[in-house]
Ligand binder design. Structure first.
Ligand SMILES: NC(=O)c1ccc[n+]([C@@H]2O[C@H](COP(=O)([O-])OP(=O)(O)OC[C@H]3O[C@@H](n4cnc5c(N)ncnc54)[C@H](O)[C@@H]3O)[C@@H](O)[C@H]2O)c1
Length: 490
């Protein structure tokens, strides 16, 4: 970004001695810049230092501590910060002899929080870190050449040591975060008679050979900086799941527990971008699953009268999550619905021709389906998103198998021919569960009188799943095995 495009500046420690002058000068000379001044107003600072700026329209003061990661993350996103000028610090050397932990907390940890926030939110283009000459330590009185930037850092008191520590962090975050080569002078070892027994190339080859072959696994292993050894593929996975209270979200957690896969449920509301970023920072997932969404209670008719709420979660929320995942290089598995299709000429009822992944949604009769169809169209542009469509017409808790994919296939099959489904399911219930069971049928016209929005009827193509799992039971056998039998009264 060119300097003239940098406009929204966060100045930390803005109520202190130096930063207040910088702030006042910027406000006066650059009315087109937005200045967000942050300071925790410690004993040594005063808002009065900023009085020339307080009434300026491009000035905002925030009383806060840079050590608060949530707040800093939020600020960077909410204020669209592109530049940080970081002055905030404990600065009085004498105090650092008595209360040195304060210096570590504010100067090192505080700087670290700012840097990490820049990394996570990935929007700050320029980070100006204000340090001190004291990091070089005492300079010989006889010397008449000053310390160049690359001089060795030799701090001599806790204040300058923490400023030097902060400099190291700034340097690390400025680099690609992963060095390709470390090279040490080993002449002293050689003089002691030590020789390498394994060449560098051979050692590297052996290390690579003992790592798991799965590329993703290796990448993730590196990313999480875990120690060598004892890695199986599940130890590389950590799922961040949205939709804890949702039926599918609950099942996902259960499957992870059974398969020993680490997971955590997301705490963020989907539409709250900075909270999602915070979830990702906290959990550091390998994959993100989205089973959250508004379906309406008691049914989708609710969405007809709560359109904005439906949009907020199903459209804004889902897209925000996909976008954050894209930004963070994460795969998102999105649980979508089959209710965006309706039998048509090419897919008539009973024909066995189901809707496929690439078919365009053709049912938007209910507002719920409309939002889902819209989002699917947009999600196609995100190559990091995998969409799994299913229908959860049957909610029996036992309609679950250890293998998630089998479950989806059954669900897809369950979706077939919804209009004739009730009849045969009721017959099956009578035959397997309760010979006395009786019911009264109603037709679609009668149904239409008690529901607000039309419902979709379709059949989805499940050939991909069947190819992968040829032993899958058909819909009726599945229902008998997974729904009726476990519930049979002895
Ligand atoms: N004054 C100097 O001679 C000098 C020399 C070299 C370097 N520096 C560096 O310049 C910067 C500014 O120095 P100064 O003299 O203006 O210091 P100062 O003490 O006057 O101002 C520091 C400001 O930072 C704020 N602050 C401290 N910890 C904070 C935190 N955790 N969150 C939010 N705000 C916090 C304080 O409230 C204060 O307003 C510092 O980084 C300092 O190390 C100053």
């Amino acid at each position: 970004m060119a300097p003239d495009q940098l406009k929204n500046i966060l100045i930390t420690g803005a109520a202190g001695f130096i930063a207040s002058h910088v702030t006042n000068r910027l406000i006066k000379n650059y009315p087109n810049y937005k200045i967000v001044a942050l300071d925790k107003l410690d004993y040594c600072s005063s808002l009065k230092n900023l009085s020339p700026s307080l009434s300026a329209p491009n000035f905002k003061f925030i009383k806060a501590d840079i050590a608060s990661a949530d707040l800093v993350n939020y600020l960077l996103v909410a204020e669209e910060i592109d530049t940080i000028m970081h002055f905030a610090a404990q600065t009085h050397v004498d105090n650092s002899f008595g209360n040195s932990f304060e210096f570590t907390n504010n100067n090192i940890y505080g700087t670290h929080v700012l840097l990490e926030a820049c990394k996570i939110t990935n929007r700050v283009r320029r980070f100006i870190h204000v340090s001190t000459d004291e990091v070089y330590g005492e300079t010989n009185l006889e010397t008449d050449i000053g310390n160049p930037e690359a001089s060795q850092l030799l701090p001599t008191n806790p204040y300058s040591a923490t400023k030097a520590g902060a400099e190291m962090l700034v340097m690390a975050y400025h680099r690609p975060f992963n060095d390709k080569r470390y090279f040490l002078d080993d002449q002293k070892l050689k003089r002691l008679g030590w020789e390498e027994r394994t060449s560098w190339e051979e050692g590297l080859k052996r290390t690579m050979d003992c790592l798991p072959s799965d590329d993703n696994c290796f990448l993730h292993y590196k990313m999480r900086g875990e120690k060598e050894g004892n890695l199986d593929s599940s130890s590389c996975l950590k799922f961040l799941i949205y939709g804890k209270t949702d039926w599918i979200g609950g099942l996902l957690g259960k499957l992870c527990n059974e398969d020993g896969i680490e997971f955590e449920y997301g705490r963020a509301r989907l539409e709250n971008r900075s909270s999602i970023v915070e979830d990702v920072r906290r959990v550091r997932p390998s994959h993100v699953f989205n089973a959250a969404g508004v379906t309406g209670r008691p049914n989708v008719d609710w969405c007809e009268t709560h359109k904005v709420e439906t949009i907020r979660t199903n459209v804004v929320g889902t897209l925000t999550l996909a976008d954050v995942c894209k930004e963070q290089g994460l795969i998102m598995v999105n649980f979508a619905t089959g209710c965006i299709f309706e039998y048509d000429e090419k897919h008539p009822p009973g024909s066995g021709v189901g809707f496929k992944e690439d078919d365009k949604p053709n049912f938007t009769g209910s507002f719920y389906s409309k939002t889902k169809a819209m989002v699917e169209e947009l999600l196609r542009e995100y190559e990091n998103v995998c969409t799994l469509r299913h229908d959860r017409a049957r909610r029996a808790p036992t309609n679950l198998h250890r293998n998630g994919k089998e479950k989806f296939d059954r669900d897809m099959e369950l979706h077939q021919s919804r209009s004739d489904k009730p009849q045969w399911i009721l017959e099956m219930y009578r035959d397997h569960m309760d010979p006395e069971f009786k019911w009264v049928n109603f037709d679609l016209e009668e149904q239409a009188k008690v529901i607000v929005a039309p419902r979709s009827n379709n059949e989805m193509d499940s050939s991909k799943l069947k190819n992968e799992f040829p032993n899958l039971l058909g819909i009726k056998d599945s229902i008998i095995k997974y729904v009726f039998e476990p519930h049979k009264k002895n």
